[in-house]
Design a protein around this ligand. Structure first.
Ligand SMILES: *Cc1c(COP(=O)(O)O)cnc(C)c1O
Length: 423
């Protein structure tokens, strides 16, 4: 009972978890009469029980009053994006003016680069990590070409070290070497494959010291680690809501533009009518006057059905608070780490950094013996209702989310890996 790695201890930790009731707010995929051990909240977060009612409410209004739904009641569709704004600002540590839910991540990344990647002959480059998520690299290459520059010379990629992680020294070195040519630094908050978390404040200071703009892709950070975007003060940030934000497949994404750009009408942007100043939008005049803040980058009227589940999800984040979620997350992932190290060290190698400050909830685990062993383990886990995800050639990602995972889920994962290894 006193063994901190025993099943009894995991049960005791769950019983003492102040956030344990949040699990009941989610719908779990089932496996043989029980809940799956679901560790894929970094890919598609589970459905909050409240999401369906939010969607249904829109469907009912549409059926009952149709176009009047745009102007009727507290959830009027015209301002539907505002229903999530304050809670979203809370999750990312921003002022409400600085955030908007719109479009999807890749779209927002392009829109932000239109405004904040302004290459010149002297300063044409974008600096990013090597091994970035493909959409980020595609978008960056496309932007460089769009401006008539050449990715072969003007895309600078910072390589990972021997351990697979990108060190701050490597970033510093790249900026020292190329900084004068860099127009924009695009950096992840948490690296999707390795789970490495970066010190966004340090990255921002390094970029700005070189006179470069700085933008973050926070797809794996939002809802995973606490953020303080206003204080860190990058130029922009983008993220999606279907991972840790639990808002459903293809959910409407998020975007941050720092307050210092809130009223800058000289920034080039790909404008649409919904980014027009709200108070005069329906005069339908030909000139574009941007709304202050991130909302000024909206194109279309809000996709109300796509936004609806986000309301249910954000209510849970407001209830729990990012600080409390992070406290649990550090313990939950620490528990997984301790179990893997003590019982599975000949099967799994943790490639995520060991320092808690350099990771979120996810541990990326390299399977000993290579791809074939890895696939065998992954398939076995799936067959017993333990769901992680697979990254070629030999990595299983396990993301115990503090919102709905338990210490006993972690225990189950470790027990099943051990059973597989001794099969
Ligand atoms: C998940 C993810 C995306 C996904 O982009 P979408 O436009 O939402 O399809 C992009 N970048 C990173 C780093 C991601 O983790």
């Amino acid at each position: 009972m006193n063994d901190p790695l025993s099943p009894a201890h995991a049960a005791a930790l769950d019983a003492a978890d102040p956030l344990r009731s949040l699990r009941d707010e989610f719908l779990f995929p089932r496996h043989q009469g029980g809940d799956q051990a679901y560790f894929v909240g970094n890919s598609l977060g589970l459905q909050p029980r409240g999401a369906q009612a939010m969607v249904q409410e829109v469907m009912d209004l549409w059926a009952r009053i149709a176009v009047e739904g745009h102007f009727t009641g507290p959830t009027q569709w015209m301002n539907y994006h505002r229903l999530v704004r304050d809670a979203l600002a809370g999750v990312v540590g921003a002022q409400p003016l600085e955030v908007v839910a719109m479009n999807t991540l890749s779209v927002n990344l392009h829109l932000m680069m239109v405004s904040f990647y302004r290459p010149t002959r002297e300063r044409p480059a974008i600096l990013m990590e090597a091994g970035a998520f493909p959409t980020d690299r595609h978008a960056v290459e496309a932007q460089i070409r769009f401006h008539g520059f050449d990715p072969a010379t003007d895309l600078v990629e910072v390589p990972p070290g021997a351990d697979g992680n990108v060190s701050m020294q490597a970033l510093e070195q790249a900026l020292a070497e190329h900084g004068k040519r860099v127009a924009l630094v695009l950096w992840p908050g948490v690296q999707y494959r390795t789970g490495q978390a970066f010190d966004l404040d340090a990255v921002t200071r390094l970029a700005r010291a070189q006179g470069a703009r700085i933008g973050f892709d926070l797809a794996h950070s939002v809802g995973n680690v606490p953020l303080a975007l206003h204080d860190v003060a990058p130029d922009f940030a983008v993220w999606c809501h279907y991972k840790y934000l639990n808002s459903g497949p293809g959910a409407v994404a998020g975007c941050f533009v720092h307050e210092r750009h809130a009223r800058d009408a000289t920034l080039p942007r790909f404008a649409g009518w919904w980014g027009h100043e709200q108070s005069t939008r329906f005069r339908m005049a030909p000139e574009f006057v941007p709304e202050a803040g991130a909302e000024g980058w909206q194109l279309s009227n809000p996709p109300v059905l796509g936004l609806a589940p986000l309301r249910a999800s954000l209510a849970l984040f407001e209830q729990a608070g990012m600080e409390a979620l992070r406290r649990k997350s550090l313990r939950l992932t620490g528990h997984l780490e301790a179990l893997v190290q003590s019982r599975l060290s000949n099967v799994l190698q943790i490639i995520t950094p060991a320092e808690p400050e350099q990771r979120g909830c996810q541990l990326s685990l390299r399977v000993a013996g290579g791809r074939e062993q890895g696939r065998s383990l992954f398939d076995y886990l799936q067959s017993v209702g333990v769901l992680g995800d697979w990254r070629e050639p030999d990595v299983i990602r396990i993301a115990p989310t503090p919102m709905y995972n338990r210490y006993q889920d972690v225990q189950r994962f470790v027990d099943e890996v051990e059973r597989w290894a001794h099969r």
